[in-house]
Design a protein around this ligand. Structure first.
Ligand code: ADP
Length: 491
């Protein structure tokens, strides 16, 4: 029996899952690492802690199953996106802390770029909006603030990478400096049409090409691991950013196939086929994956607060003791009784993009109960998802497929049914909701010959449950009107 190893390097923890051929989890291990907040709005990681934790969990997962490198067909890597690391090519040591995607330190510079009228320039080339979220301005910050970094980068002594590149470099003992199309497409430096780093952007940010990784297909070879790490070499055969890997892991292979990850936030990605779609609805255009000599594109919209609203019910309002309890209370009433919760705790994400909005509970009457508020909070997750889906429908000419759900809150049957009702689409929850790791395993499995083709993966992927829409059109329209009214008030 041979396995595929998925390395899932997330924002708060590093995980390793060994999958068998049927896509079952044969073994796994997980380890958290430290978050650093040196100033308000700053978020950093120690890249060496990321590496140590990732290596440790990989060895742990192997030890639990009692396997050696010869039992692992290939490694697939999936990672927190946009986080920016610069290291010394010779020693492999980072020259400064990793700047995490959440870090807002380049907000002023981004505002300046917007004022200079560069929004369309960046959108046309990178598919992205100008925001501190993406790596480019973080890398520029490092060159401006770390002594000698720019000069050393120009001399070819330093390497830049997102977390995938960093892990590949370390895993291969410094032999490979590469990334994949999905991670490159989140840097604000990569031209998603020419599929190369954009020279004009590089010169605007004063970033020397010599520091950048080589960009490769998401499914393909990234070298062999250093034999000293796992008792012998293992080929690294797949790499993708976490949301892209989840789209692949949900076998969303056709244009219109769409997934939402109901985690702390909500992350929707829709496959748009072999042409990038320029959004008129405030969505991002991104590369879904590079596979089989071609690039597939996607539209992306993120909801800032999804499952986090349930944590708020639990930790701040103390209306529930655990997240799963929300389902019980929501189903004790047959509607939210006209109550709407808009969880704009940190502004609103796609398609509104308003950083200043704050949350509200609207429509409270003398009869409003705890159950109504809990139900309305769960419903808000579905409404926000529907707003992104509607934006996606507005951007493309083809029909959207059923919605594939994963992430912690997808376990909530009430939420899944309400989503199906409010979006008038069927919602499918897969058997394995570790779709991010699964996607990385699929990408690695395809290029290593472990899996034959996409059709075989569609057979391996199994649904747990499908939720069909049952709500009447009128009811849906009335509820959505109420929601949009509530959002307008919050904005
Ligand atoms: P992340 O990867 O973003 O940390 P997860 O995918 O692990 O998130 O999902 C955790 C989130 O899901 C939490 O915000 C939690 O409140 C929510 N959650 C977990 N179980 C349920 C449930 N049964 N009903 C509603 N929300 C849930």
């Amino acid at each position: 029996m041979r396995y595929i190893m998925a390395l899932d390097q997330g924002t708060t923890s590093s995980r390793c899952i060994l999958f068998d051929r049927e896509g079952n989890i044969a073994s796994s291990a997980q380890r958290e690492f430290r978050q650093y907040y040196p100033h308000p709005g700053y978020v950093e990681h120690d890249a060496l802690e990321i590496w140590d934790s990732q290596l440790t969990v990989a060895r742990e997962a192997m030890a639990r199953l009692g396997v050696t490198n010869r039992d692992i067909a290939a490694i697939g890597i999936t990672n927190q996106r946009e986080t920016t690391i610069v290291w010394d090519r010779k020693t492999g040591d980072p020259i400064c802390p990793a700047i995490v995607w959440q870090c807002r330190r380049t907000a002023d510079y981004c505002t300046q770029l917007e004022r200079e009228g560069l929004t369309n320039f960046f959108r046309d080339r990178t598919g992205l909006i100008i925001d501190p979220y993406f790596s480019g301005t973080k890398l520029r910050w490092i060159f401006e603030h770390v002594d000698g970094a720019y000069e050393r980068a120009c001399r070819g002594e330093l390497a830049f990478g997102t977390v995938d590149s960093w892990l590949i470099y370390r895993l291969t003992g410094g032999r490979v400096h590469a990334t994949d199309y999905t991670n490159a497409s989140r840097t604000l430096l990569f031209n998603i049409h020419t599929l190369d780093w954009d020279d004009e952007i590089l010169s605007l940010f004063s970033i020397p090409r010599a520091v950048l990784p080589e960009v490769r297909a998401s499914s393909g070879s990234f070298g062999q691991t250093d034999p000293a790490l796992f008792g012998g070499p293992i080929p690294i055969m797949g790499v993708a950013g976490d949301q892209h890997a989840a789209l692949f892991g949900q076998v969303c292979f056709q244009p219109g196939d769409v997934k939402n990850t109901y985690g702390t936030g909500g992350f929707l990605l829709m496959n748009t086929g072999d042409k990038p779609v320029r959004s008129t609805q405030n969505l991002l255009t991104t590369i879904a994956w590079g596979f089989d000599g071609r690039v597939t594109y996607a539209l992306e919209g993120s909801v800032f607060v999804a499952g986090a609203a349930i944590q708020w019910l639990r930790d701040e309002l103390k209306l529930i003791d655990s997240a799963p309890e929300s389902e019980y209370y929501a189903t004790r009433v047959d509607s939210s009784g006209g109550v709407y919760v808009v969880p704009a705790f940190t502004g609103l994400g796609a398609p509104y993009w308003n950083a200043y909005a704050r949350g509200a509970i609207l429509g409270i009457t003398r009869g409003t109960s705890r159950e109504h508020i809990i139900r309305a909070t769960l419903e808000s997750i579905a409404y926000q998802t529907e707003d992104v889906l509607r934006a996606m429908r507005g951007d493309v000419t083809f029909a959207l497929g059923s919605l594939r759900a994963d992430g912690g809150a997808s376990a909530n049957n009430f939420l899944m049914q309400f989503q199906a009702d409010i979006s008038n689409t069927s919602v499918i929850r897969p058997h394995c909701i570790e779709t991010t790791a699964l996607g990385a395993a699929y990408l690695a499995g395809l290029s290593s010959g472990y899996y034959r083709d996409l059709d075989e993966l569609s057979l391996v992927w199994q649904r747990d449950r499908e939720f069909a829409p049952q709500m009447e059109g009128n009811t849906r329209a009335v509820l959505l009107n109420g929601w949009h009214d509530a959002v307008r008030r919050v904005l």
